[in-house]
Design a protein around this ligand. Structure first.
Ligand SMILES: *Cc1c(COP(=O)(O)O)cnc(C)c1O
Length: 365
């Protein structure tokens, strides 16, 4: 069953789901990552057997042996995506095949088995269908989907595990940053880097996030919302934020974003923004941007806007940049015209409000 074969999911509805009244109360202000739906998907893998036991079942703790490999050597990957409620009562996902392909790439890098892409997309569909009542209605909200996979084999030796568990959970989500779409302040870390050439920067693995937390804590200590990482070799060029890619908008309407050289996570929002910007007539460039140029071009006014992008926060303007020697603002510290337009266009596209020339929107219901 490991090849291209599609697995059938056994559906075991939760015998004790959250009541409609309690669910409505939770959905009124879900925040991010705190409220969960009634179900989860689980699929098992064992060497020699392939993928098996695909289920949709009641969300519950996962029993784990203390010697489960993931607890020691962190063989774990994940994805993050959203299901959106459309005006006509339908439900959409945005480019789930791209997440499926990236999940397989991450698996390869972490020496894990690759879940067939059709099974990945099917697993999301099944969970959305059974938990559809949990998708918030309002414009800024969505159902955040978290597929992940980890080494479940009980073994302390250091080698790729031969048993894995793939899981999908879902969490209704309001706006990611507590302040809504206000511009954020970022901290340029002088000490920490996120990913080195040849490392795991392009894989969506929990380990990358573990390694970013001290830097993120440093950002918070300095009154910033997020950390910006510079490249690990020269400490000169901007890589990305802890969980978002970054774009620079210049006064000649060119959009620039750092190239995918293996140290940056290939964001699906990043790629979508590149296409949308090109469609809108912007020049786009994938090239390195140094921190020195960021500062100089912000001062001269040539750099008009900077924004971060990713599934969770969509597109968020970066207003202020802080570093050990000082700080500067970009474009007056507000949300720029191009940032605002791209954000609205992406949101409208994801919710099926505007034409979808690239066939990105995947109708679920
Ligand atoms: C997930 C992620 C992103 C954004 O990717 P999207 O596909 O746009 O959600 C950017 N950087 C890092 C480090 C990430 O983990």
């Amino acid at each position: 069953m490991s090849g291209g074969d599609k697995l059938d999911f056994e559906i075991r509805p939760n015998p004790a789901p959250v009541s409609a009244a309690d669910r409505a109360a939770l959905l009124a202000n879900p925040g991010f990552g705190r409220v969960f739906t009634d179900h989860m998907v689980t699929v098992r893998y064992a060497d020699g057997k392939g993928w098996y036991d695909a289920r949709v079942e009641a969300r519950a703790p996962i029993p784990m042996d203390p010697a489960a490999a993931v607890l020691h050597y962190a063989q774990e990957i994940f994805e993050g995506m959203k299901a959106y409620r459309t005006a006509d009562g339908g439900v959409t996902m945005f480019r789930p095949e791209a997440n499926a392909a990236r999940f397989a790439d991450s698996a390869r890098r972490m020496a894990m088995p690759q879940l067939p892409e059709a099974t990945f997309v099917d697993s999301l569909r099944k969970l959305i269908e059974i938990d559809r009542e949990w998708i918030p209605e309002d414009e800024d909200s969505s159902l955040y989907l978290r597929p992940f996979m980890f080494a479940s084999e009980v073994f302390l030796g250091v080698r790729p595990a031969n048993e894995y568990l793939y899981v999908v959970i879902a969490s209704p989500a309001g706006s990611y940053f507590s302040g809504g779409v206000k511009p954020v302040t970022v901290w340029v870390s002088p000490d920490y880097t996120r990913a080195a050439p040849g490392g795991t920067g392009a894989a969506k693995c929990g380990g990358n996030y573990a390694a970013s937390l001290a830097a993120q804590a440093e950002a918070i200590e300095h009154g910033c919302d997020q950390v910006v990482f510079l490249d690990a070799v020269e400490r000169r060029f901007v890589d990305e934020l802890g969980g978002m890619n970054v774009f620079f908008v210049y006064d000649d309407d060119t959009l620039v974003t750092p190239p995918l050289t293996g140290t940056i996570l290939p964001g699906i929002t990043r790629e979508s923004v590149l296409r949308l910007a090109q469609d809108a007539g912007h020049r786009i460039e994938e090239r390195p941007v140094s921190f020195a140029d960021w500062q100089a071009d912000a001062a001269s006014g040539r750099l008009r806007e900077v924004f971060a992008c990713g599934t969770a926060a969509v597109i968020t303007p970066i207003g202020t940049v802080r570093f050990p020697d000082g700080e500067f603002v970009v474009g007056g510290g507000g949300s720029g015209r191009v940032t605002t337009a791209l954000r609205q266009q992406l949101i409208d596209l994801q919710r099926g409000k505007v034409a979808d020339p690239h066939n990105w929107v995947h109708r679920v219901i």
